[in-house]
Design a protein around this ligand. Structure first.
Ligand SMILES: CC(C)(COP(=O)(O)OP(=O)(O)OC[C@H]1O[C@@H](n2cnc3c(N)ncnc32)[C@H](O)[C@@H]1OP(=O)(O)O)[C@@H](O)C(=O)NCCC(=O)NCCS
Length: 290
């Protein structure tokens, strides 16, 4: 039973959303779209939506639902984060849409193909389906593949490379490491890079271990163009999954958007559990046909 609703922003909202998603995962091992680690990964750079005061619902035990808005440039992503069967999803959705009233840009959201109710709520609010599909995959940690090695390359982490600039700075901005370190689930020993024999970074992958849900998530993964198709993603992936299993992860999760990533993850033993579709609401002036 919901006992109160509060407006939260910044790290307070991030931490409350973390708890909501952990409780949702404990209630349903495959439900919903996101892990707590996903919203923590979104925290990696400052965003226009960080300081928005958005509603969070509480029961006696803590946060049970949260409205989600995340700016990706001028496009804002809308999300309903909720522990099933405690708060009506429709109420959370209505509050999320209300909070976008002053946003002049495009809205987007990802909805599982099997979540007809959330898709219907979005369509009623002016969203339309797109053809953009992505997917979610899972694996039991005791099924994780053996660690693969590629000659001439080595795996390092942010403990062993604390003295070097963070490899994600070029794509995510100077404060990326500071922002990641503000996240309760960030672990520098799971923040991996693969280096060539001269110490050049060929790729990186960040793994997240959630002690509450015992889920291990991979987000993001990248091998630089000139190093692709040499087995380096497989080397990062198998090394990270092994570290997650050693830390106590029971289930492993990763999402994909491209065929290359899908092949990589299915080839390592992940099983696809959902197809996810992007829905878009055009900017208000576009809706008027101007
Ligand atoms: C996806 C990505 C990480 C793969 O990196 P990589 O080091 O080239 O991958 P590997 O050489 O380790 O390949 C491992 C497997 O992945 C699959 N794969 C990798 N690249 C592929 C491609 N271009 N097309 C199809 N399958 C591909 C194959 O199954 C491959 O196994 P194989 O070589 O035995 O056929 C890389 O292309 C990349 O960084 N892309 C841009 C960012 C991105 O999409 N990240 C994933 C987000 S979920």
């Amino acid at each position: 039973m919901v006992v109160r609703r509060e407006l939260l922003w910044g790290l307070g909202r991030l931490n409350a959303t973390t708890t909501v998603l952990q409780r949702a995962r404990l209630a349903d091992p495959l439900g919903g779209m996101w892990e707590a680690a996903d919203v923590q990964w979104w925290w990696r750079r400052p965003r226009a939506t960080d300081e928005l005061a958005l509603p969070v619902w509480f029961d006696e035990a803590g946060p049970v639902a949260a409205a989600g808005l995340t700016a990706w440039g001028d496009t804002w992503q809308a999300d309903v984060f909720a522990v099933p069967s405690i708060v009506d999803e429709e109420e959370v959705w209505a509050a999320t849409v209300e909070a976008t009233a002053t946003h002049p840009g495009v809205l987007e959201m990802l909805v599982r193909e099997d979540d007809a109710r959330l898709a219907a709520l979005a369509i009623q609010s002016g969203f339309a389906m797109t053809d953009e599909l992505s997917g979610t995959t899972w694996m039991d940690a005791d099924q994780h593949p053996p660690v693969a090695q590629v000659d001439g390359f080595a795996i390092v982490d942010r403990v062993t490379r604390a003295d070097r600039p963070h490899p994600m700075i070029a794509r995510n901005g100077e404060p990326v490491e500071l922002r990641l370190r503000q996240c309760s689930l960030y672990d520098p020993t799971l923040d991996l890079a693969v280096e060539d024999a001269d110490g050049r970074v060929a790729g990186y992958a960040l793994f997240w271990f959630d002690h509450t849900t015992l889920v291990g998530l991979l987000e993001p993964m990248r091998v630089e163009d000139e190093y692709q198709r040499r087995g380096l993603a497989r080397m990062l992936l198998t090394n990270g999954l092994d570290r997650l299993a050693r830390k106590g992860a029971r289930r492993l999760k990763v999402g994909f958007e491209t065929d290359a990533a899908r092949n990589l993850y299915l080839g390592a033993g992940f099983v696809q559990t959902s197809i996810d579709r992007l829905l878009i609401r055009p900017a208000p002036h576009e809706q008027c046909g101007q």
